[in-house]
Design a binder for this molecule. Structure first.
Ligand code: ADP
Ligand code: MG
Length: 561
């Protein structure tokens, strides 16, 4: 910034040198001196001209470098923040929006930084210096120039407001479009199966039309304001020229100051014209800039500074009257009272929508409770968003994420340094041998996004292999890991899963009751309340909601056992 200020001050003097040199040269020639005698002025003019444009280039290259660095820094900060904020932020802001923000958005921020620094600084320095000199040359012209400037600024502000409203609308349309597009790419299976892709593509067409129209209206306003400002400044210069001419003829003014002012006047208006012509480009950048800053400045969820050791016998997790509510909902979870201790298999059962996933997100620390007490390993905490807790969690969701990488790296995801024997053992334990044998390059075949797709069961086996390899993670959290699998695959996987649970603290959420027999302790959820808890036998003896669930399932499709 300081370098730029220095550079623009220098540039103002170069413009002066160029303008005054040219005026002196022309005056000299007019007075009949030979070109040779005016060589000094010619050199002054030519030298200042070259240096001026050279300095513009230099300033641009500084700005390029600075803007690129700043943009890189912003992108880093943004990504870091998104990772720290976790999945909730992406859910709230939309995947498409986050993608465009991190890619296009940052490029626009780069552009913005570039434009705003150069245009604003030059606009604040160059006209001031030129005006002072013009006052010395001819104070009447100086006053005219001084009076016209605020008029132009006023005009620019009015047009700027109009442009800003339109640019905001355009930015909103762009966000809708990017979310819409990514959303439909992800849901393309559903759209195709339901025969809705035509209708959906029409709706994408409509959002892109909206975006096109708002873009065009931004450009219209930008063009119009450019034209108006150019017209205004040209008119101002013309008026100035007429007055100068008249006063020259009447002999009130000498040729040199008149010429000098005439040459300097366009330079005086140039920075504001440049600023105005790039104003609409900066508006987009500004919107992206604010969007990026909004996310970077978001508060990170609280993290208790608590050190936990790997979960082991005798450790207790205790929840008392814990409640949770989603931002726009009433209480989603209430009266959560539970104690788990040591390695233990805890089943979480309930109908769909009962709050199993919510409870699991609470237990893994992704959601903070609204109220209630929590104690873990004897330490009181407000939330389980604890680094040393999350570091020992193995999370196995319904549809695990398979990264675009080799099968080997996907399996060794938590444990990159694992040996070949251990890897083979993991493959065998979870029943992936057949897949490995089928794949063209075995363990080194690329899978995941854009590569060979896997079945749901195969993907689930990979997450189990990850769990098998990382024996140091002592807490396992399952969220309906088999909900989308057929019963044969489920029972086969069950045999592989149960041994992995030994010696660990396990939370196993499901609505499939046959798992409950193998659980040491069962939490029964209904409409966000923990209605019953106990061992399998205790719950059966109670003849409450749990038995009701059992009877319903038996009645509907028979017991899976
Ligand atoms: N991000 C969210 N914002 C608001 N409400 C939610 C959100 N996620 C889930 N819910 C609501 O919370 C309740 C419990 O959902 P969930 O825990 O996913 O149930 P389950 O996993 O048992 O099917 C449901 O009524 C659901 O609509
Ligand atoms: Mg769920």
């Amino acid at each position: 910034m300081i370098k730029l200020v220095g550079l623009y001050v220098l540039q103002a003097f170069l413009i002066l040198g160029q303008g005054l040199g040219l005026a002196a040269l022309l005056t000299g020639l007019w007075q009949g001196h030979s070109l040779a005698s005016q060589l000094t002025w010619l050199l002054v003019f030519a030298g200042c001209y070259l240096l001026r444009h050279g300095s513009t280039e230099l300033g641009n290259s500084w700005l390029d470098k600075y803007a690129r660095m700043a943009a890189q820094d912003f992108r880093k900060q943004l990504l870091k923040k998104v990772f720290n904020l976790g999945p909730a932020i992406v859910q709230r802001e939309g995947t498409g929006n986050m993608v465009t923000l991190a890619l296009d958005g940052i490029s626009e921020v780069e552009n913005y930084i570039h434009l705003i620094y150069s245009k604003v600084i030059s606009m604040m320095i160059i006209p001031v210096i030129l005006l002072i000199v013009c006052f010395f040359l001819d104070w009447i012209s100086g006053i005219v120039m001084l009076l016209v400037y605020p008029l132009i600024v006023l005009f620019m502000i009015i047009l700027g407001y109009a442009a800003k409203a339109k640019a905001d609308r355009q930015y909103a349309a762009f966000q809708v479009l990017s979310n819409h597009f990514i959303d439909s790419l992800r849901g393309i299976d559903t759209l195709k199966y339901l025969g809705l892709s035509k209708r959906y593509s029409r709706s994408i067409y409509r959002s892109s039309e909206r975006f096109r129209k708002s873009t065009m209206s931004v450009i219209k306003v930008a063009m119009l304001s450019n034209f108006a400002l150019d017209f205004f400044t040209t008119l101002a210069i013309a008026v100035l020229a007429v007055f100068l001419g008249l006063r020259l003829i009447n002999g009130h003014l000498l040729l040199f100051p008149a010429l000098a002012i005439l040459i300097l006047a366009p330079e005086y208006f140039l920075p504001i014209r440049n600023f105005a012509s790039d104003y609409h480009a900066t508006l987009n950048g500004k919107n992206s800039f604010h969007a990026v800053l909004r996310i970077i400045n978001m508060d990170l969820p609280k993290r208790p500074q608590v050190e936990l050791h790997p979960w082991t016998t005798g450790d207790e997790l205790h929840l008392e009257n814990v409640e949770f509510a989603y931002p726009h909902g009433e209480s989603e979870l209430r009266d959560i009272n539970l104690t788990v201790s040591g390695p233990q298999k805890v089943g979480i059962i309930g109908m769909s929508g009962a709050g199993k996933t919510t409870l699991i997100n609470l237990l893994s620390g992704f959601l903070p409770p609204k109220s209630g007490k929590m104690t873990i390993q004897g330490q009181k905490v407000d939330t389980l968003n604890i680094k040393s807790w999350q570091k020992q969690i193995l999370y196995i969701p319904q549809t695990p994420y398979i990264f675009a990488d080799t099968l080997r790296n996907n399996i060794a995801f938590y444990t990159p340094g694992v040996s070949e024997e251990q890897l083979q053992e993991a493959v065998h334990v979870v029943g992936l041998d057949q897949l490995v044998a089928e794949l063209p390059a075995g363990l080194d075949t690329m899978i995941g996004n854009g590569h060979r797709p896997l079945s749901g069961g195969q993907a689930q086996r990979i997450t189990l292999a990850r769990a098998f390899l990382d024996a140091s993670r002592k807490v396992m959290i399952f969220d309906e890991p088999t909900a989308h699998l057929d019963i044969e695959t489920e029972l086969e996987l069950k045999k592989r899963m149960l041994p992995l649970m030994d010696g660990r603290l396990v939370f196993f959420a499901t609505h499939r009751l046959h798992w409950m027999k193998q659980m040491d302790y069962i939490l029964v959820l209904k409409d966000g309340r923990l209605v019953e808890q106990g061992t399998y036998q205790q719950l059966l003896a109670e003849q409450g909601y749990f038995t009701e669930l059992m009877d319903q399932t038996k009645g509907r499709r028979g017991n899976h056992e």
